[in-house]
Ligand binder design. Structure first.
Ligand SMILES: Nc1ncnc2c1ncn2[C@@H]1O[C@H](COP(=O)(O)OP(=O)(O)OP(=O)(O)O)[C@@H](O)[C@H]1O
Ligand SMILES: [Mg+2]
Length: 365
């Protein structure tokens, strides 16, 4: 499965710098010129979770394997992109494939780093990008509606449902609002998601600030936070440049550096967690002497589906999940002690896995 966040924004705002920091590589070329990135860069990032270390310590696990999330560094978008300006709309398709958008906004002043609009104004930049995504959605909806005409006439149920959803999206888009403002009934949720409209993707605004503002943010990031709150979106403050420097350091060096900067944790950890929350993701654990491992599920996932994240056979042959809540595992001192205290539950097919559950699956082969 795996969840994907797309890093989106105007050219030269620090997207590739952020990507390199996240993936602790220099895989993406980051440089002070617009349209530096053309082909998307894809990387997997470990999701930080201190619970995993505690579980491993108690169980004496030899290996710790965090769960992962994919980030995609996408080429810069400009005004008119949906009409072929800049690098055009070829890479709007890259955005279509992601589950959520990390929208990087330039919140630093630096005369040496070119801003494509010649001024620093993150709220206006956000609107520019959102407008392009809305225009791209309108264009793709109009095309798709034409393609559906025949099937709808023929009474094809799926086509009728799609048409209704596309029209609902088009109505709000034509009022200048993103498609995510459409209220969708539960029975349409799956078809709605299947439309892959760009402006239905949840957004995390990433305020890329100067070094000195990494701890507290600045006026620009405050404006973004206000805008995000009005939209019901999330925002984080980060200095991509510093994060890239930190990502090159050894862990204890990085800790000292963070303290000097007045930061409690790397901004990247906050960003990854915010992405996780944005997608309503949760973690369960498998813990043994060999390894302690974290796995990602959507909140509300049943035990067999959760088992399927590890292996399809686990889902198909699912019998039950021996379950210990994280707090019980920790406070009682491990699996055996939790079992002795009657805190290991046998959960069946209808059990909804909870964040932090320590699971052991029993299955037929
Ligand atoms: N917080 C920051 N403070 C100062 N300079 C920064 C900051 N973040 C990034 N930069 C600089 O901005 C320039 C552009 O960065 P980067 O190449 O990451 O942008 P990009 O958004 O990927 O651009 P493109 O869309 O062209 O691929 C680089 O010179 C980088 O060092
Ligand atoms: Mg780039």
């Amino acid at each position: 499965m795996g969840f994907k966040m797309g890093i989106v924004g105007l050219p030269n705002v620090g997207k590739s710098t952020l990507f390199n920091a996240l993936t602790k590589t220099a895989a993406a070329q980051a440089a002070n010129f617009p349209f530096c990135t053309i082909e998307p860069n894809v990387g997997e990032v470990a999701v930080p979770d201190s619970r995993l270390d505690k579980l491993a310590e108690i169980a004496g696990s030899k290996q710790i394997i965090p769960t992962r999330m994919t980030f995609v560094d996408i080429a810069g978008l400009v005004k008119g992109a949906s009409k072929g300006e800049g690098l055009g709309n070829q890479f709007l398709a890259n955005i279509r494939e992601v589950d959520a958008i990390a929208h990087v906004l330039r919140c630093f002043e630096d005369g040496d780093v070119t801003h494509v609009e010649g001024r620093v104004d993150p709220v206006a930049d956000a609107e520019t990008i959102e407008t392009e995504l809305m225009l791209a959605d309108i264009e793709s909806i109009e095309k798709r509606l034409q393609g559906l005409v025949r099937k709808v006439r023929g009474g094809d149920k799926e086509a009728v449902q799609q048409e209704a959803l596309l029209r609902a999206a088009l109505a709000v888009l034509e009022e200048g609002k993103p498609a995510r403002t459409v209220q969708v009934d539960a029975e349409d949720a799956k078809a709605w998601k299947g439309l892959q409209l760009l402006t239905t993707k949840p957004i995390l605004y990433v305020c890329n600030v100067d070094e000195g503002s990494a701890a507290e943010g600045n006026d620009f990031s405050a404006q973004v936070a206000k805008m995000a709150a009005e939209q019901g979106a999330a925002s984080v403050v980060i200095s991509a440049q510093i994060e890239e420097e930190i990502s090159q350091l050894e862990p204890d060096e990085a800790g000292m550096f963070l303290e000097e900067m007045g930061l409690h944790e790397a901004g990247l950890d906050r960003l990854i967690r915010a992405g996780y929350e944005l997608l309503h993701l949760e973690t369960y654990f498998t813990v043994g002497p060999k390894e302690a491992r974290a796995w990602t599920i959507r909140s509300g996932t049943s035990a067999p589906k959760a088992a399927g994240v590890i292996h399809g056979d686990f889902e198909k042959g699912f019998i039950r999940a021996e379950t210990i809540a994280y707090d019980d595992f920790i406070s009682l001192g491990g699996e055996q002690k939790a079992k002795d205290a009657g805190k290991m539950r046998a959960e069946g097919k209808t059990y909804i896995v909870k964040d932090g559950d320590v699971l052991h699956f029993l299955f037929n082969t």
